[in-house]
Ligand binder design. Structure first.
Ligand SMILES: Cc1cc2nc3c(=O)[nH]c(=O)nc-3n(C[C@H](O)[C@H](O)[C@H](O)COP(=O)(O)O)c2cc1C
Length: 198
């Protein structure tokens, strides 16, 4: 089983820590993991030039998305983490999602059936974490993936954190957030196992 984790934060702080916590949790269960952070990466905006649609050779931009494409295709499951910015995902993560049109236009089934889960981190307790999760889930749905949450009685739509704007320390101190993340990971692991091993 192979899982690719993405952090949509421009910093190596809370989201970086939470996504790596998730990957380590799965690694301990024997899963092969890979990680990508948008930190210091060059990811150009989609310019809707339709090069990907017309040529079916990927994106006109040659930048750090090459690494994302390769790993999304490699993975059986994908974890996307984001800080909440203005009540939703970061601009960097939204750009990364937009740019995935390039691999879908080459092969519309390229991500079909892969399992996805989200992690959303807000500085405020109710800062838009669930809306950011829905944006991540919509990305999975649009690309024919299977989004999973953590189930009722505790994790619902997926992993959410209240960092109190304290970066990595805020995540380490958010015990409820870590519990919800583990609950979501357990569900993600079960669905992934079912998909890969039958
Ligand atoms: C431009 C910007 C917008 C933000 N908007 C929100 C917001 O709408 N709601 C919220 O709860 N936190 C907001 N925050 C705070 C971050 O989500 C929070 O500090 C988060 O833990 C940062 O994650 P990181 O440590 O991975 O970078 C915002 C931060 C920035 C820089």
């Amino acid at each position: 089983m192979k899982v690719f984790g993405i952090s949509g934060s421009p910093r190596l702080q809370g989201t970086h820590f939470a996504v790596n916590y998730a990957l380590q949790y799965l690694k301990d269960k024997g899963i092969d993991v890979r990680y990508f952070s948008v930190h210091k990466k060059k990811i150009n905006f989609c310019i809707h030039c339709d090069y990907c649609i017309k040529k079916k050779e990927g994106c006109i931009h040659k930048d750090d998305m090459e690494e994302v494409y390769k790993n999304l295709i490699w993975a059986d499951g994908v974890i996307i983490g984001t800080p909440v910015y203005q009540g939703n995902v970061t601009g960097q993560l939204k750009t990364l999602m937009d740019r995935c049109r390039a691999i879908l236009s080459k092969n519309p089934k390229i991500l079909r059936g892969k399992i996805g889960m989200g992690i959303a981190i807000g500085g405020d307790r109710n800062g838009g974490q669930e809306i950011a999760l829905r944006t991540i889930h919509d990305f999975f749905i649009i690309n024919e993936m299977i989004p999973v949450g953590g189930g009722s009685f505790g994790a619902n739509l997926g992993a959410t954190f209240w960092s109190k704007d304290k970066g990595k320390k805020g995540i380490e101190e958010d015990e409820e957030g870590l519990r919800v993340l583990r609950k979501t990971l357990n569900r993600f692991y079960d669905v992934l196992k079912e998909k890969v091993e039958g």
